[in-house]
Design a protein around this ligand. Structure first.
Ligand code: SAM
Length: 231
């Protein structure tokens, strides 16, 4: 946790990075409710290759993407630094009967406890950023180190396309309307109150269960950046 503490700011009201890191550790189930609702565009999932031997996912969280990876490879390793999120992920995998198919381990982008040329696909979803505490150049180099020649590194829902393009990453985006898909109207109101306060009133007034991404000030999870490593 100490790597996420900026010495200049210790107030999660002011430091968004710290606020998210605290959320993962103090309220992992609440984070999971949000991640379940902010579903990844099916085009992104379909873009990922199938019939692989080994996939590594870094920053797996509570498994929004991990569960989609299971059918694509013989083995999946999910790397996640927050113990509380690993526990939620392990419980989900066990409930789905997949506990044996995914190895859930501790690690960071810039310290992956895995050998060179280990995986056919190394992927991160809503986790990698150019900042050193969430990847950066050292993290990208680590992802590429554990990826086999000819394999792919994919950054799903990237937050800085220019930075990735400058490092040789291509880009794909999938069209169509996208919604935050909540289980009920009251769940939508609750999640909006906590995570999208600027839209909370409109969500309540309109009685939305599916919140259009347009009314939120965030890009929808419809894109990815990727690199195919040279053979
Ligand atoms: C927004 S969550 C995304 C989780 C999951 N991939 C998903 O799509 O729901 C960001 C994740 O990145 C993880 N994370 C943060 N810093 C990291 C680092 N340096 N190395 C690896 N994972 C990190 C967090 O613990 C959290 O699980």
């Amino acid at each position: 946790m100490s790597r996420f503490l900026d010495p200049g700011s210790r107030d999660p009201q002011e430091d968004l990075v710290l606020a998210w890191e605290l959320l993962y550790r103090i309220e992992p189930e609440l984070y999971d409710r949000l991640a379940r609702a902010e579903r990844i565009h099916p085009g992104v999932v379909a873009w990922l290759p199938v019939g692989l031997g080994q996939i590594v996912e870094v920053g797996a969280g509570t498994g929004r993407l991990t569960l989609e990876l299971i059918g694509r490879a013989r083995r999946v390793v999910a790397v996640e630094p927050a113990l509380q999120l690993r526990r939620v992920l392990q419980a989900k995998l066990a409930a789905a009967g997949h506990a044996g198919r995914v190895r859930v381990i501790h690690g960071f982008f810039d310290q992956l406890p895995l050998p060179d040329d280990f995986a056919d696909l190394v992927v991160a979803c809503s986790a990698f950023t150019p900042s050193p505490e969430h990847g950066g150049d050292a993290g990208l180099a680590e992802m590429e180190r554990v990826c086999k020649p000819g394999g792919r590194v994919a950054i799903i829902w990237p937050n800085n396309l220019e930075w990735l393009a400058a490092r040789g990453y291509g880009y794909v985006s999938f069209p169509g309307p996208m919604f935050v898909e909540c289980g009920s109207v009251s769940e939508a109101a609750d999640l909006a109150e906590i995570f999208y306060p600027q839209a909370a009133q409109e969500v309540r007034t309109r009685g939305w269960r599916r919140i259009p991404f347009e009314v939120l000030d965030i890009n929808p999870p419809r894109d990815l950046a990727f690199k195919v490593l040279a053979v």
